[in-house]
Design a protein around this ligand. Structure first.
Ligand code: ZN
Ligand code: ZN
Length: 360
């Protein structure tokens, strides 16, 4: 954590900023360790403060030993502005050139802070988000554990998936087993999309009963020390039709192609193109309407976005999903997703569930 704080200060100095206000909860957690839902950080070149209220005082002291705790009794941003003025005007005072999370603060809070502090606020320009792109060893360990929890849960739930149970029952069982095994919760609302629902990439689990011959897409993840996993597997209940089989093979091959290409130095847009071209060549380009994947970490969707428009080049320590899909309206869809770590010489797939297609 101390290292992260120093890196933030380096960036602030480079930009000529004297302080940084952080209020986006995941960024607060990344920099300070504080996992509470309400609080803010005030970081200047020689001090670091965590501001929160009575509900979180004990937790803040335990989780954020590198930060001085400031108990907030008024509005959070009144306290932040008060602290900033005090720091800027006291001994060792400095001109207020304050960076804020321009892509997170509400318009109202932005205006309020500027007025209270009587200074210009500067966009932080994703300073923390950029740091979060590359994971350190501790983060990778947490992500790997979150992936393993999801794998273990799927293995346990698989025998319970059969015609006659609802999508909701499958989703609930997955989330329950992940939690029993130590997950802090579900990474996101579990997707269990069967039959025609599987043609909708983000269908919500429903009370639809699984039927023989259905495609079933399960997209889910576990959480470990705040880090999320994300995995998708698609199954068919019973013998697949030739068309189901063709689409599954296509998506499986395209996904493997993408995973195998993950290595330092490749641009994410090239990775996206590689997989997309394969699916397009098979005549299903229009059925693959989303990007190839995304970063995972403290958020289930974070940078980089694996799309044709993102200029990010993969580097060791990044963790991204590779999740092509083919969705044919009225027929069904197939998506296969793994969470993949970029290593010094290639990649390591963190999600290990076998790619079983046919469930009997
Ligand atoms: Zn997913
Ligand atoms: Zn995903």
């Amino acid at each position: 954590m101390r290292n992260r704080l120093e890196r933030v200060r380096e960036r602030l100095k480079e930009r000529g900023h004297s302080a940084f206000i952080v209020s986006r909860p995941v960024n607060v957690r990344y920099l300070s360790g504080f996992s509470g839902a309400h609080g803010a950080l005030y970081i200047d070149l020689n001090g670091a403060f965590l501001l929160s209220d009575f509900r979180y005082a004990e937790q803040a002291a335990a989780e954020s030993p590198d930060f001085s705790f400031v108990l907030v009794k008024e509005k959070l941003f009144d306290a932040v502005a008060g602290l900033a003025r005090e720091r800027a005007s006291g001994e060792g005072g400095y001109p207020l050139e304050v960076a804020v999370e321009d892509d997170y603060l509400s318009h109202r809070d932005f205006g309020y802070l500027g007025e209270k502090m009587a200074c210009a606020l500067h966009p932080a320009d994703g300073l923390v988000e950029k740091m979060r792109l590359v994971k350190d060893e501790g983060e990778i360990e947490s992500l790997a554990r979150a992936c393993a929890l999801a794998d273990e849960a799927l293995a346990e739930v698989l025998p319970h998936i059969r015609a006659g149970v609802t999508e909701n029952a499958v989703a609930a069982r997955l989330e329950f087993v992940m939690r029993l095994k130590g997950s802090e919760g579900a990474s996101f609302e579990t997707i269990a999309a069967s039959g025609p629902h599987s043609a909708m990439p983000h269908a919500r689990a429903s009370d639809r009963l699984l039927q023989a011959g259905d495609l079933l897409t399960l997209d889910f993840g576990a959480v470990c020390r705040g880090y999320h996993s994300d995995i998708t597997r698609t199954f068919v209940l019973g013998e697949p039709s030739p068309e189901q089989d063709r689409i599954y093979r296509l998506v499986g091959e395209a996904q493997s192609l993408g995973v195998e290409a993950v290595r330092p130095g490749i641009a994410v847009k090239d990775l996206d193109a590689l997989v997309r071209d394969k699916i397009t060549a098979a005549g299903h380009g229009e059925h693959f309407g989303h990007s190839l994947g995304h970063g995972v970490g403290l958020e289930v969707h974070e940078g980089p976005r694996l799309s044709g428009k993102d200029e990010t080049v993969l580097a060791p320590g990044m963790v991204v999903t590779v999740e092509p899909g083919v969705y044919v309206p009225g027929f069904g869809g197939v998506r296969i997703e793994d969470s993949v770590l970029v290593t010094a010489d290639g990649h390591r797939v963190l999600t290990g569930s076998p790619k079983i297609f046919v469930l009997h």
